[in-house]
Design a binder for this molecule. Structure first.
Ligand SMILES: Cc1ncc(COP(=O)(O)O)c(C=O)c1O
Length: 375
């Protein structure tokens, strides 16, 4: 059997990883400013994480959601505290798409309505409703097409108000900072308007925090910068530092009913151990504060480069927009300077490193970037 070839890949085999570095099979060291796509939150192979997962594996790795799991309770309590949402409820699943799928479904169960408002350039995942709410026709199969999703221009408050007049809106789903869309930060005023309109029309505010959440923006949820409370927060990537886990954090007004949501693997012992280890390290090492500080430093420095068109983002979720003639820079960073970064089309370099990135790492990147831009 061969692999189903859907990923354009780099010709690199990673064999070892520690903190913000990875090594290939020839022993070459790389600086990882991509974090395996915003997944590595506390750093690769963090000793506390490795120990907690190993210890758990020796006890019990998996049992289904048919028995009591104190680890799930511990995770709910800790996540409630760290995220400042102690009165919310936790539903555990396995990925970002699944988290959004459950969020959209729960919203519709709650208010009995069908229309979903999403925004231009949004990415919410590849499962049926999540992909229908994703603004990329290339990844929407005919069977996923639905007129239950309405796409509105980003940051257009008038269009949003108009949509609420026109449709029976079940939910509004928005990334606090669009990731795949090119690192676009939702303004505080836009997020507040969504909150107000959802309140007025009994619609559910879903904060897709799969990429911009879990401390990456310098606050636990990027939507916190606007001081608004969403009804449901979806999360995944940074939650397990590479162990597959996703979740939704659900406001108290939602009443659970047996069987309403469910999953075989979601919230298993190993996944909970991974997620607890991540939160423990985030707290112990003050990684949200570190993301805010190192991210602010990086953005301030990057804004001094005259060839850069724009620097966007918050914390350690940064987009560097370059002119088309500098589209090769990202490849040079990888092959010449041994630095992994992410991309968003067209010509945006995405930085999504571990939240434990040091100022020295940031300087290493800035020196390489300066060299490339001065060529
Ligand atoms: C904002 C956002 N939502 C949802 C997803 C989907 O997550 P997953 O790939 O874990 O299904 C992603 C993945 O990139 C994302 O960036």
């Amino acid at each position: 059997m061969k692999l189903f070839d859907v990923y354009p890949i780099n010709d690199i085999i990673i064999e070892k990883a520690l903190g913000s570095n990875v090594w290939d099979d020839k022993g070459t060291q790389y600086l990882d400013l991509y974090g395996g796509h915003a997944v590595i939150s506390i750093g690769h192979t963090h000793p506390h994480y490795v120990k907690r997962l190993t210890d758990q594996l020796h006890k019990v790795g998996f049992y289904s959601n048919s028995v009591k799991m104190p680890l799930q309770e511990q995770l709910a309590t800790m996540l409630g505290k760290v995220s400042g949402k102690e009165d919310y409820q936790l539903f555990l699943c396995n990925s970002g798409a699944e988290a959004n799928e459950n969020a959209l479904k729960l919203a519709s169960f709650y208010n009995g309505k069908k229309k979903i408002i999403a925004f231009r350039k949004a990415f919410h995942g590849r499962t049926s409703l999540a992909v229908a709410a994703t603004d990329n026709p290339k990844i929407v199969a005919p069977v996923n097409e639905t007129d239950n999703v309405v796409f509105l221009p980003w940051e257009d408050e008038a269009a949003l108000e108009q949509a609420f007049q026109q449709y029976e809106v079940s939910s509004v789903i928005i990334e606090g900072i669009q990731g795949v869309g090119g690192i676009n930060v939702a303004s505080e005023s836009f997020l507040r308007t969504i909150r107000t309109l959802c309140d007025q029309h009994n619609a559910v505010f879903i904060a897709d925090s799969v990429q911009c959440g879990y401390g990456r923006s310098g606050k636990f949820y990027s939507h916190d910068h606007a001081g608004v409370q969403a009804d449901i927060y979806s999360m995944a990537k940074g939650m397990g530092n590479g162990f597959p886990i996703g979740a939704i954090s659900i406001a108290p007004k939602f009443q659970p009913v047996y069987g309403m949501l469910g999953t075989t693997f979601g919230g298993n012992h190993l996944a909970c151990a991974a997620a607890l280890a991540v939160l423990e390290v985030i707290q112990e090492e003050k990684l949200v504060e570190n993301a805010a500080a190192v991210g602010a430093y990086l953005m301030e420095q990057l804004r001094t480069f005259d060839k850069v068109i724009e620097v966007r983002g918050r914390g350690l979720m940064i987009g560097i927009e370059l002119p088309a003639e500098l589209a090769h820079v990202r490849k040079e960073l990888l092959h010449t300077h041994k630095i992994f970064t992410g991309e968003a089309k067209p010509n945006v370099i995405r930085l999504l490193p571990s939240l434990a990135l040091t100022k020295a790492h940031a300087d290493e990147f800035l020196a390489a970037f300066r060299k490339e831009l001065s060529k």
